[in-house]
Design a protein around this ligand. Sequence first.
Ligand SMILES: *Cc1c(COP(=O)(O)O)cnc(C)c1O
Length: 373
Amino acid sequence: MLPTYARADVTITRGEGCRVWDDVGRAYLDFVAGIAVVGLGHGHPTVTAAAREQLDRLWHASNLYWTEPMLRLAELLSDRLGGAQAFFCNSGAEANEAALKYARKATGRARIVALEGGFHGRTLGALSATGQPGKWEGFGPLVPGVSFAAPNDVEALERAVTPGGDVALIMVEPVLGEGGVIPLESSFAEAAAEIAREVGALLCVDEVQAGMGRTGTFFAHEGLSLEPDLVTLAKGLGNGLPIGALLVADRVAGGLVPGDHGSTFGGNPVAAAAACAVVEAIDDAVLANVRQRSAQLADGLRGLSAVREVRGRGLLLGAVLDREVAPLVDACRGEGLLVLSAGPDVLRLTPPLVVTAEEVDEALGALARALGI
Ligand SMILES: *Cc1c(COP(=O)(O)O)cnc(C)c1O
């Protein structure tokens, strides 16, 4: 293995619901959920059944032909968005690459405007639109034509777009996940949509982490009262099977023709069948649970003396600490709780959307013990 991750010395061998087990039989309450991926919990019955049935039917046929799961998934996602065309791929970075290419081809323009601290993936295009200079080091030259604006700063966004004639795409995360769990304010999101409309650029909402019910609505942008032109999805879409999607709203469709873009594995039948079951499982009850458990978890975090601020939406929550987060992540694991960080002092919690009130209490207890309070 190339050492691209600072892995914990734990080997996960099994999962069920909100819990995973390692190779020596230790159980962990999973408030990472594969980094906001396993939204419906490990081994969700209808998702597992859908994947298993498709495994016995057809694994792969290529994008030279239609397959049924891909068409069903496109229809389900289009219905949720209010009319869209889908491009399927295998990851978040690929979904954002598709968005970048779509915007350039459809508008005939080159420039991209994204947010400082934003994260869109590790491939060169997505990395170039990622507003975290530390992640660029050693990988230049990056894709040219990208400008950045501070999140929630409308004037900075206007400056980044100026001169406006050549902007193809404004790309934002509804909650900056990797960048410290920073939610976009509604007023900023509305201004971004307005600016995009004024200058004739497309607006892409990167919902790779925040979408698929995680913020308490199916799409995270529903909480921001804006209608994006492009939406990217990945993490939660397959509940752990690799699949990503670019959704292009009907009103801006028509930007690509055969041969313009592709992916051998994109829309893989097994992954797409699982994703259909995921979309169908994210119902009002699941979304209500996200909002209720979010309030419970945020309240509990605010009650911890080491927590300075709690931010985020739904079950994408960040707790700004009065100390470094890395040792706390290790201490939590020692207490049987898996958690994430988002920057040097932000604890990030992304449990499955189906987490119970008891499991939230259990996590808060483990967190308090790990903090030594
Ligand atoms: C994780 C993430 C990506 C990249 O997804 P990969 O599947 O790792 O390529 C892109 N955008 C956001 C907002 C993410 O959280």
